[in-house]
Design a protein around this ligand. Structure first.
Ligand code: S5P
Length: 257
C-alpha cells in the first residue's frame, strides 16, 4: 500500500500528517539529530529540513537549551514541514511519565508531535501519557524492538508490546522496531540503526541499510543519525543520499521500480 493510501486510513491525526508529509516531500527519512549545542542543532535542521519527514530529538542532551530554542525549532518546522519526535523513551509509572511529558524544563507535550515509550511498566505508562497527549492531538510510538546488540526487547516482550498498542489505538500510532510487526497497515513502523557505510559504532549500535529496512523488512520510516551528520560529512549530500536510497526501496516495494 502507498503512503498516501495509508495516510487516509489512520484515525490519529499525527500518523495521518506524517504519511501526508512523506508522500508530499517524497521522503521516508527521519533525522536523529544527537548534537549537543543549539547552533549545531539549528544549522543542521535548517540544512536537512527539505529532505526529511521527521526530526527526532534528544532535547536533554543540548548543553545550552532554552525556551527560545523551541521557538526557533517551531519556525524551522513551519519553514520545512516535518514532524518533531522527541525520543524521550519514557519508562516509568503512568503518574510519573505524565509529569515528565508535560512539566519540567522541557515541557515536551507543548512542541513534540510524537514521543516514544518502553512498554516495560505495563499499560499504565500509555494511559498516563495519553491523558496529556491525546487532547493535544499527539501520537505515541512503543519500543517493540531495539537496534542495539543484546537487546532484551525480543520474542514475547515484543509480542506483548504489539498487544499493548492494539489496546490503545487512539494514541499509539506505531512502533520503534526493526521490521513491520503486524500484517495489517494500522501502525507506523520506524526503524533506527540505519547506515550505509558502517555496520556498528563500538557502543553496541548495529546498522542495516535502508533497502534492508524498507524493502526486506517492510518498515515505513528510516531513522538516520551519524550517517548524515557524523564527523567530516556533508550533511546535505548525505541527507539526499539516504532520502534517495530510502525512497527507491519504497518504490521497489510497491512495484514502481
Ligand atoms: O533501538 C533503538 C531505538 C532508538 S530510538 N536504537 C536507536 O539507535 N535509537 C535512536 O536512534 C538513538 O537514540 C539515536 O538517537 C538514533 C540512532 O542514531 P545513529 O547515530 O546511530 O544513527
Amino acid at each position: 500500500m502507498t503512503y498516501s493510501e495509508r495516510a487516509t486510513k489512520f484515525t490519529n491525526k499525527v500518523a495521518r500528517e506524517l504519511f501526508e508529509i512523506v508522500e508530499r516531500k517524497k521522503t521516508n527519512l527521519a533525522l536523529a539529530l544527537d548534537v549537543t549545542t543549539k547552533q549545531e542543532f539549528l544549522n543542521i535542521t535548517d540544512s536537512v529540513g527539505p529532505y526529511i519527514c521527521c526530526l527526532k530529538t534528544h532535547i536533554d542532551i543540548l548543553v545550552d537549551f532554552d525556551d527560545e530554542l523551541i521557538e526557533q525549532l517551531k519556525r524551522l518546522q513551519a519553514k520545512h514541514s516535518f514532524l518533531i519526535f522527541e525520543d524521550r523513551k519514557f519508562a516509568d509509572i503512568g503518574n510519573t511519565v505524565k509529569h515528565q511529558y508535560s512539566q519540567g524544563i522541557y515541557k515536551i507535550s507543548e512542541w513534540a508531535d510524537i514521543i516514544d515509550a518502553h512498554s516495560l511498566p505495563g499499560d499504565g505508562i500509555v494511559s498516563g501519557l495519553k491523558e496529556v497527549g491525546l487532547p493535544l492531538g499527539r501520537g505515541l510510538l512503543l519500543l517493540a524492538e531495539m537496534s542495539s546488540k543484546g537487546s532484551l526487547a525480543t520474542g514475547s516482550y515484543t509480542d506483548a508490546t504489539v498487544e499493548m498498542a492494539q489496546r490503545h489505538k487512539d494514541f499509539v500510532i506505531g512502533f520503534i522496531a526493526g521490521r513491520k510487526l503486524l500484517m495489517n497497515d494500522d501502525f507506523v513502523t520506524m526503524t533506527p540503526g540505519v547506515g550505509l557505510d558502517v555496520t556498528k559504532d563500538g557502543l553496541g549500535q548495529q546498522y542495516r541499510t535502508p533497502r534492508d529496512v524498507i524493502l526486506e523488512s517492510g518498515s515505513d520510516i528510516i531513522i538516520v543519525g551519524r550517517g548524515i551528520y557524523g564527523s567530516g560529512k556533508d550533511v546535505i549530500a548525505e541527507a539526499r543520499r539516504y532520502r534517495d536510497v530510502g525512497w527507491n526501496a519504497y518504490e521497489e516495494r510497491i512495484g514502481k521500480k
